[in-house]
Ligand binder design. Structure first.
Ligand code: MLT
Length: 412
């Protein structure tokens, strides 16, 4: 019998979203009538159709693959040059950030990349995460054996948790302890908080001072409407020496099912060996992608490229306005019933404090049973999330209006 990776046995229950799905299924099986009116505001999955610019580009790409002359087999593992160029040019150089095309690695998702990045990092790093935290950062480190066991509140021994609270506006303060690798996510999932330029400057200064690596997840950057808030960590001088950035087409272009994202690994970024030598991370990630990945399908990459066309941009703006319109309606409804709400302004998530003496999972159950609305319990994102719940604004307008009216009708 083969030995297994025992680190998996340390993982707490299921991954949060499958666990929610399991509980919702149990409810639906037992209550077929209310199940008919179930509205899901749990997982942040897009609902609106793919932009027509994307579909047109994908249709054309399908046709290209239909003739011998234009057929393509394996593509470059790092992504086609046309997409790497469109990303570097539009998301970075047009905004005054000098990123080369070959510093962009196209992938099938930021979730995957946030996990896979551990392939090129050592096992002896002190890892820091914000709490509450997108569970992928934690669970992938548990799987890789970078932690001990979880305690009663779900925190893993060996990880440095940076509390994000009402007091710090759900933006982690730079710690006094030294961490080698720090996961930052802004706009934040789950709290919807954003980091100011000054806060990001403090993180970059910390990383440069201590030789730390920032893993900056900017999957929701398109939702930033405040012109003062940076969209990229590379807007901060020095960040190319200390940060990897993860971006995705999932939430701006509606690609959660279509799958396309990218990771920026600057060539200036260095890591160290145990013997103290330094070595750039870029060739390691390139090697990792070449070995373990065969690239995103050509059709999908052509679709992603179309998001940068004039029509694509207009359609993306319409999607963003739609979801942020939803966020405003949900925010108002939650405020109207007396709840304390954060987020939902520069991010598609609302972070809501549960009523007194109500735990996150109790709130989940109450909303499921009394309103047939699915939310995400804050404690699923870490112990600092206890006493909160997350409402996702990814939905149709009709569903959101219905959720708003059910929230107002509920006895709080
Ligand atoms: C979420 O609901 O937190 C997101 O859908 C997670 C993800 O994008 O993987």
């Amino acid at each position: 019998m083969a030995y297994l990776n025992q680190n998996y046995l340390k993982l707490r229950a299921g991954y949060l979203f499958p666990e929610i799905a399991r509980r919702v299924k149990t409810f639906c099986d037992a209550h077929p009538e209310p199940a008919q009116r179930l509205i899901r505001c749990g997982i942040g999955d897009v609902t609106e159709p793919l932009p027509s610019a994307v579909r047109t580009a994908m249709h054309a790409a399908v046709d290209e693959l239909g003739t011998r002359e234009t057929f393509r087999g394996y593509g470059p593992e790092q992504g086609y040059e046309f997409l790497r160029h469109a990303i570097a040019e539009n998301d970075y150089r047009a905004r005054g950030i000098a990123i080369d095309n070959d510093e962009i690695f196209v992938s099938d998702g930021s979730k995957c990349d946030c996990g896979s990045i551990l392939d090129i990092l050592g096992d002896n790093n002190r890892i820091a995460v914000m709490d509450p935290v997108y569970p992928v950062y934690v669970d992938t480190n548990v799987m890789a054996g970078h932690t001990g066991e979880a305690n009663a509140s779900g925190a893993y021994d060996g990880l440095l948790y940076l509390p994000c609270t009402e007091a710090n506006g759900f933006v982690a303060d730079v710690p006094t302890e030294i961490a080698d690798v720090i996961y930052l996510c802004f706009p934040n999932n789950p709290t919807g908080s954003v980091a100011t330029r000054a806060q990001l400057e403090a993180w970059v200064a910390y990383a440069l001072k201590h030789g730390s690596l920032l893993l900056f997840d900017a999957a929701y950057e398109a939702y930033i409407s405040d012109p003062e808030i940076p969209h990229s960590i590379y807007e901060i001088p020095g960040a190319k020496e200390c940060a990897i950035e993860f971006r995705s087409f999932s939430k701006n272009g509606g690609f959660t099912g279509t799958r396309c994202a990218f990771t920026v690994v600057p060539k200036a970024l260095q890591g160290r060996t145990k013997s103290g030598d330094t070595h750039p991370l870029h060739p390691l990630w390139n090697r990792r992608m070449s070995t373990k990945f065969n690239g995103v399908p050509y059709i999908v990459q052509r679709g992603a490229e179309a998001l940068y066309s004039e029509q694509g941009r207009t359609e993306v703006q319409a999607l963003l306005s739609h979801y942020m319109g939803n966020a405003a309606l949900l925010r108002q409804a939650a405020l109207d019933v007396g709840l304390s709400v954060w987020g939902g302004i520069n991010a598609p998530y609302l972070w809501v404090r549960t009523p007194p003496q109500t735990s996150s999972w109790q709130m989940f159950d109450r909303l499921l049973h009394e309103t047939n609305v699915v939310i995400t319990p804050g404690s699923g994102f870490g112990s600092a999330g206890e006493g909160y719940f997350r409402i996702s604004a990814f939905n149709s307008r009709q569903a959101v209006e219905e959720v708003a009216s059910r929230l107002r009708a509920m006895a709080w």
